[in-house]
Design a protein around this ligand. Sequence first.
Ligand code: NAD
Length: 497
Amino acid sequence: MLSRHAVAHVAGVDVSTEHFIGGERVGSDATFVDLSPIDAQPLAEVARGGDREAALAVAAAREAFPAWAALGAAGRAQHLRRLADLIDANVERLAAVECADMAMLLRSLEARVIPRGARNFRAYADLAAAYEERVWESNGTRNRVIRMPSGPAVVITPWNAPFMLSTWKTAPALAAGCTVILKPAEWSPLSCSLLCDLVAEAGFPPGVFNVVQGIGEEVGAALTRDPGVRRISFTGSPETAVHIGTAAARNIVPFTGELGGKGPLLVFADADLEAAARRAAGQYDDAGQVCLAGTRLLVEGAIEDEFLELFDRFTDGHVLGDPRDDATTVSPLIHPDHLARVEGFVERARANGDEIVRGGRRREDVGPLFYDPTLVLPRSNDSEIVQHEVFGPVLTFQTFADEDEAVALANSTSYGLSGVVYTGSERRAERVGRGGSGGHAVGQHVPRARPDGAVRRGGDLRHRPRGRRLRTRLLLRPEDAPDPGRHDGVSAVDPSR
Ligand code: NAD
């Protein structure tokens, strides 16, 4: 079937490079080149949508909406569950393509990140089916609350973990009865194209799930300003969120943003230092291109030397290399432009008088897009490298004298996505997690080993405005707990939210 269309052969898999609109593959006159981060060579020429493709996709989603909404949560759940099964049956193909396109470690993709996509569809199918109408009497009036889908939803995703993030955002919309137009990021568009094949195989009605490929400022902007759209859900940078939020406001359309991170990783003197240092070194995984990464290391002054020695030991153990290789722990950066951006942050830090105590250079000896795991001792907390998201293998190191200072430093950037606390004291973790005297705060506590092996993990790790607090409630079973030394860019989803 695919041979009729433009197809790229990627990692032994045929991937359509066209859009998926109204259940059909649709081409564009223009294309853009998609590079593989592994060797910086072209992988595919992908259809470059614009106003025409955006309008076609919105029209298809509008046409499909009434019947999809009328199907009811239970009817839609059957489609979502079939799709989940197909994802599970295609993990290897999806992981191979995602690895070639985005360079996340292949073993993480196969073991956790791609299967998580299937879990997302199942979780939201169950959640939507479990919602009940609410009926109550008050002052002689009978009141009834029912949940109605909004209509066509535009979903815009970033290039890191593109498959998982697209499932995370489309699954709740589809389960609720919205139809979807997904615009994947132009630096890693291919796994979402494979998702379209699985959607078709799962028997979704045409127009329920559409994918439009292209550049953010072109087709992304065209989608967000289309008055036929009823919801916009975006994951990406705060800068882009401003554009999309403005477009949404013009049409008075609700807009959800899951944005960038500059998470603190706090280590108190009473913590399991080895575990904390291993976890800190683990923030270089996926070349630090992880929104939830704890990129600001905040360590109690009394244990500075001991911690840094352990951190160095674990960081020395990293292996930069091909993400398909089992020995590799740090993969390349996504794109030459992003490498230049990361390098720019470090060079400006150097010029600012911040001290680069590790790394701080490209690693062309390993491959064209590698950057050394880098540690920066900032001159002050106001340094750009502390206050702004680098989204690369660059951590900062600062010390604190006491708990109050730790909380103040943790809360001293405008990002509120996530945080991790290492301490031996549950009570301190609770206080720090609640943000001390106020402000948003850290959302994950990793205590010393507990008899049942459970760890506490942030229940809500999404970006939220300053002044609101992150919760620290979700108790995971040991088998769900993250390996403290690894970070695959995937946070816990609590479908009860
Ligand atoms: P980005 O903001 O540059 O792009 C994200 C998406 O928006 C892409 O698909 C892009 O094509 C599109 N886009 C760009 N300009 C647009 C416009 N004017 N109108 C409509 N769409 C437009 O982000 P990125 O570089 O792809 O991803 C990295 C960012 O994503 C980081 O800030 C990272 O922290 C964040 N992120 C957040 C989460 C989370 O859950 N909070 C998860 C992953 C990544």
